[in-house]
Design a protein around this ligand. Sequence first.
Ligand code: SR1
Length: 325
Amino acid sequence: AGGVSGAPAPFDKGGVKVALISYISAGDFFQAYQAGAEAQAKALDIDLRVFPGRQNAAEQREQILQAINLGVSGIVIDHGLPESLGDVVQKALDKGIKVVAFDVNLNNPKIPQVEQSDHELAELALKQVVKDNGDSFKAGYVYVAGFAPLDRRNEVWDKFKKQNSGVVEKARFGNVSDTTATSTADQAKAALTANPDIGVIFAPYDEFARGVKLAANDLGIANKLKIYSADVSTADIQEITEPGSPWVATVATNPAVVGAVSIRATALQIAGQDVPHQITVKPTLLTQEGLRTAGVKTIEELAQKVPAFNASDAVTASWIPQKLF
Ligand code: SR1
């Protein structure tokens, strides 16, 4: 390890051990998040230990204890169930380990919280819904409670329904697992068959949207449905822009940038520098029409056209190399 020239200790020497402990690793969002974290860690000459997430709370607890035993200086906790993490996270803090949480509310003033401004994300998506469909329609909604970003987006959906009495939620379904898209597709098929008048689906997670699109194609009703989501990946862009796709808009950050921001927040804390408690990476609305017109086919092309997909100015410092994507 050679360290980063001009960086404060311990980054001047390099080889600082940091753990990335995820609750979910499957799917485009989480893979890109991890890749961004790895790229930022490499740029800081951090020895990043990645613990894969298998939606298993007991395993995630165990991984935190393993990371403490490895002698890491920092831990990024990416999603998870707060009720099963409090005591082990406190153990890490008691040992002087710096902790950063992404999308899991650890409710501790010592732990900076990273999020994608989920309220704004849902508001932007629902604004587009109204632009395309008016304020009176039958909807399907994909939601699983207990995940901080989905719960925040749900608050906006609840408010939206209260403010728009013409919006009727006819069906609610969803599944988060290592087969989220296909399991959601099965549920969507049943919901759409039972409610043929549904014209709009709010599916604020790309795996949910992918599942609903699969169901719509199988049922032959893609031309009668409009899907609005969160998140973006190269595969998503392809699914959104393909001819006849019912997936008409998504609101997203570049997950790689969010991963990089999580590592920077950890590094700044390890270097003894100030980090805000709430760290937000702002999302952008991407419509099918806009993507087609711009001829954007990959997330890299998106990053060239939309500055927010290239980098974030959240938690930066002159000694942290940042041009990564
Ligand atoms: C199961 S939670 C899935 C969400 O986490 C991240 O916030 C992504 O945006 C994704 O939609």
